[in-house]
Each structure stands twice: as C-alpha cells, then as structure tokens.
Design a binder for this molecule. Sequence first.
Ligand SMILES: [Zn+2]
Length: 229
Amino acid sequence: MYTGHLAAGLLIKSYAPKVKCWPILLGVGWLDILDGLFIVLGANLVTPDLKSGPYLFFDLTFIDWDHSLLMAAFWSAAWGALFWRNRMTAVLAGLASFSHFLLDWPMHNFDLALFPHSSEHIGYGLWGKWGTWSWVAEGLFDVLLLVIARRNFAARRVSLTWPLVVMTVAFFNLSPWLSPMKHVATLPEPATHILHGILVTSGFLLPGLLLSWLVDRAQSTSAASNPTA
Ligand SMILES: [Zn+2]
C-alpha cells in the first residue's frame, strides 16, 4: 500500500488538531523509510518481478528487519518514544507507524514475516491476486478516508485542498502506468536495488514532509482568519 498510508495519516491528524502533523505523517511511512534504507544497505532483499503487482514491479524477497510483525511493533514503539515529552503525540505517532503494518497486510504478497527470519509469512496478497484492481481498490480506500478527514478539517474551517492535490498526484504517480519502479526493475544490479531503496524512502519522506507543511499552513491560515474558532 502507498497512498493509503498517507490517507490514514491525514485521517488520524484530522482527529487530533493539537498534535503536531509531522510525527503522524512521517509515522505512517516510517516502516518504509527504514525499508528503503535497509534495501540500499543490503540488509533487505528485493527482486525485480514485473508480474508482482500493480505498481511495485519487485518481489519483496526479504524485508523482515522493518516489515515483520515483531519489528513493526518495535520500530513503531521507537518512533512513538521519540515524542515522549508529549504523551498524546507519542501515542498517535506510534499508532500511525503501526497502522502501516496493518494496512500493508491486505496488499502484500505473503512477504510479511512474524519476526526476522521466521518461516511463517502473512499478507492477503491483493497486489498479486487483483493486479490493477488492487490499485483501484486502494484509490477507493483513500477516497473513503479522505472524505472523513476533509469533513473533520472543514468543521474547524481548515481547507484540505492542497493536501488533496498532493494525494491525487501521488496516487497517479504510483499507478500501473506511471510508476518509476517499472523502469527501475529493468536496470542491472546494483542500480536496481539501490534506486528501489531510494525511491521507497523518498516516496514517503518527501510527501510526508510536504503534506505536514501544507496541513500546518492551512491550520495557521484558518486560525488567523478565525481568531475565535
Ligand atoms: Zn510498507
């Protein structure tokens, strides 16, 4: 899952106006930010496979150091702990991070281990089973979450227009036709895994920071024009 994680972040943030945006919006991508780094460093292993699903074009052969159940719980707790000075931020940041594992489960092709090097793997495999339709399903899931988030923000007179523009661009950018991974999967090693890792990390780092900035800006614009709200 890709944009579904960011949509989940905006939904969580919509219920928590007083909590800072970036711990949540980087939190939802934290496991993949790590994943990309571990792929570049060679601790994780990805294998080009143009039939693997709608937009990734890689098999996630070994991603246990960030995307196993045990490590997802560990890294989520670690991410939340960074914000220990504010209990609500810490809880929501940790929750945002663990939501990544829960939302990956329906999509991933049986590559989510229970713990590093466990032979037991989970994932419902919609990427492989539904192909392009799994990308469509993710889009519908995004719409559902974003309609609720937009309503919550609108109740506080905060406009979600620009974040929704970014979400739309991100959704079509990682589509079966435009995904940069399709080209990356055809490159020789080591370029293929290094570029894959860089794209995964930056694919969550940059939109997470951009969305945080846009939401913060929309909140302060709203506060300035409605000082009593
Ligand atoms: Zn993931």
